[in-house]
Ligand binder design. Structure first.
Ligand code: FES
Length: 343
């Protein structure tokens, strides 16, 4: 049965027939897709699988290493679809080549930061060192729970790994984390993964857009950029429903005082009372503040609908999608809704 693939850099989804590859389907639809040998030997078509399942027909280890495959990379010329998918081909300098690690960790602390978000800190007991790029995520397994993807909120090289975990109503893992996780519990962490990481050589303005616990990787990106001494304007927008959903405000206000090029703007979408803060949707605030975005890059993390509306607003302001970096995170409920939509 044919499936659809969204390629981040292309203007419309492509239909991939049974047994066809992403590359040949894109070419058949009249699009250019980076490629070379078209036979799984050169690696020129290397792409990140953002969502969905593919099967790779045989290819050379030279074109795609086991570590890259484990990190979520595929070869478009070898990838047939097992479901609807979303991919992005890698641009120059886009590969964060860190060794894949399987870490055994212990919970160092569990800290409530809002009514429904916990900040978890882990110490690495074995399997390190854990190198990653700011903005990447890992597969995390809490005791007796199914594996879930969470972004690192800490910076590369820090002693502890930090994750922000929000209660997902009806979820399985997040209620466990909020109600039962204790310091000393053992946690498995595998990664790093993802392509939405800080481009450290970029010198244009940075827009860092977070919704809810999507603040985790955005915090890592912003702190890393400031630590590296990146001098361009760095704007962090944090979208939440109401006052009680805001966290780490003092932390970012302190960074604002230390760095003249950094601004922090919380935006409340559903304030329950009068407020002097910005209100409305994140996309509207960003659009109003940045009508033109020459040379900028955006990093986004949050609920899929927030990421999509912000990307649309950024495109309208002239920022091409390839300069918008977001790893899509779907809750189990999101996945069920998507599958129903596809059925
Ligand atoms: S084009 Fe060479 S590996 Fe795909």
């Amino acid at each position: 049965m044919p499936h659809q693939v969204i390629v981040r850099q292309l203007p419309e989804p492509i239909t991939v027939e049974d047994g066809d590859t992403i590359l040949s389907a894109a070419q058949f639809a009249g699009f250019d897709y980076p490629c070379g040998c078209q036979s799984g030997n050169c690696g020129a078509c290397k792409s990140m699988l953002i969502r969905g399942e593919v099967e790779l027909i045989p290819y050379s280890e030279f074109a795609l290493s086991d570590e890259e495959r484990a990190a979520g990379l595929i070869l478009a010329c070898r990838a047939t679809l097992l479901s609807d998918c979303e991919v992005a081909w890698l641009e120059e300098g886009e590969i964060a080549a860190h060794p894949q690690r399987k870490l055994s960790c212990s919970v160092a602390s569990v800290e409530p930061v809002t009514h429904d978000i916990r900040r978890i800190r882990l110490t690495i007991d074995s399997g390190g060192p854990f190198d990653f790029s700011a903005g990447q995520y890992a597969a995390v397994t809490f005791p007796g729970q199914p594996v879930r993807d969470y972004s690192m909120a800490s910076q590369p090289g820090e002693k502890e790994l930090e994750f922000h975990i929000r209660l997902v109503p009806g979820g399985k893992v997040s209620p466990y984390v909020l109600d039962r996780l204790q310091p000393g519990d053992k946690v498995a962490v595998e990664g790093p993964r993802g392509i939405s990481f800080l481009r450290e050589n970029h010198s244009g303005p940075i827009l860092a857009l977070a919704g809810g616990s999507g603040l985790a990787p955005i915090k890592s990106i912003v702190e890393r950029a400031l630590k590296l001494g990146m001098k361009q304007p760095i704007h962090l927008y944090f979208g939440v429903r109401d006052e009680r959903d805001l966290y780490l405000e003092e932390h970012f206000r302190a960074l604002e005082k230390q760095h003249a090029n950094f601004t922090f703007t919380p935006v409340l979408s559903q304030p329950s009372g009068p407020t002097e803060r910005r209100t409305g949707f994140l996309a509207e605030a960003v659009k109003a503040d940045h009508p033109a975005l020459d040379g900028a890059k955006a990093y986004l993390c949050g609920p899929p609908v927030m990421v999509e509306t912000c990307m649309t607003a950024l495109s309208a302001a002239g920022l091409p999608r390839e300069h918008c970096h977001a790893d899509a995170f779907y809750t189990e409920a999101d996945k069920i809704a998507l599958n129903k939509g596809a059925a």
